[in-house]
Write a protein that binds this ligand. Structure first.
Ligand SMILES: *[C@@H]1O[C@H](CO)[C@@H](O)[C@H](O)[C@H]1NC(C)=O
Length: 274
């Protein structure tokens, strides 16, 4: 009884905040989440050991600059906030072996301003990416979060050009490797594209995630805020992590963190349109 009560209080049968169902225990219910030797799990730490690959050009993001008809749907799934974006968009090129349909996007976040990103950059986690400036492009999502505070709640969202959520001026700069889903069943089938240049949201937009979203349903007695919904880092093993043709920062080890900091500062002063 105790156990099922605990499990019911969380999303399905996995969670982030209880050792009986947290990321280190996912393998109990989902064997493919076990981090076996040489397995290809995500996230990983991204460091300066990248292999430049001159054939990795910009991806073709079809339909990303259009405003689709109808509406999208924002969903609180208990372990993340998901935006379902219909089927009008496709991704290809950039070394991908085929054409991929864009189905949804979702978020991972921390609980303080120093954690939250799944991948780490030279062992640093970022809180999503937060600045003092409001990100207007993020407004359709952040303003709707209060409608999906509890697990199972949904909210229709007016569509917008999805390109708005990407680093539009730096789309050719990315890292690429073979990894996995970062939630159960952790299938090792993901070709990751991690953009090098972060996008920013404001502290107040970030706060709506960390103090307004619950992993529990509205009618439950014990409410639990959803935060720190990121998986721990996994070894890269023998995998190659590629840097795209135009990627810059991590290929130059010494300046990586300095530059990252500099970009943050410049962004604060509105000098860069990232
Ligand atoms: C560069 O990336 C392409 C596309 O993923 C791949 O086919 C090729 O083997 C890579 N080149 C090198 C030198 O690893």
């Amino acid at each position: 009884m105790m156990l099922s009560g605990v499990l019911l209080a969380h999303s399905d049968d996995f969670c982030y905040d209880d050792e009986r169902c947290d990321p280190y225990a996912w393998g109990d219910n989902y064997p493919s989440c076990h981090p076996l030797l040489e397995s290809h799990h995500s996230p990983i730490n991204l460091n300066h050991q990248l292999t430049k690959n001159g054939s990795l050009d910009s991806l073709n993001l079809e339909g990303f600059n259009l405003t689709p008809k109808g509406h999208w749907r924002l969903v609180n799934q208990g372990y993340s906030i998901v935006l379902e974006v219909g089927d009008g968009m496709q991704v290809s090129g950039g070394g991908l072996p085929g054409i991929y349909r864009t189905v949804q996007l979702h978020f991972h976040w921390g609980s303080v301003f120093t954690s939250g990103s799944e991948h780490t950059l030279d062992h640093l986690r970022f809180p999503m990416e937060v600045s003092s400036l409001h990100n207007e492009n993020f407004h359709p999502i952040s303003s709707a979060l209060s409608f999906v505070a509890y697990k199972g709640q949904t909210k229709p969202i007016p569509p917008f050009p999805l390109i708005n959520l990407l680093p539009q001026n730096n789309l050719a700069q990315y890292y690429r490797y073979h990894g996995s889903l970062t939630t159960p069943p952790c299938s090792q089938v993901v070709l990751w594209t991690v953009y090098e240049v972060p996008i920013y949201i404001s502290w107040s937009q970030f706060d709506r995630f960390i103090s307004g979203i619950y992993s529990t349903q509205e009618d439950e007695n014990d409410q639990a805020l959803l935060h720190d919904n990121y998986r721990h880092i996994h070894p890269t093993y023998s995998r190659t992590v590629y840097a795209s043709k135009d990627a810059r920062r991590l290929t130059n080890r010494a300046s990586c963190l300095t530059l990252f900091h500099l970009l943050n500062v410049l962004q604060l002063f509105g000098l860069l349109n990232l």
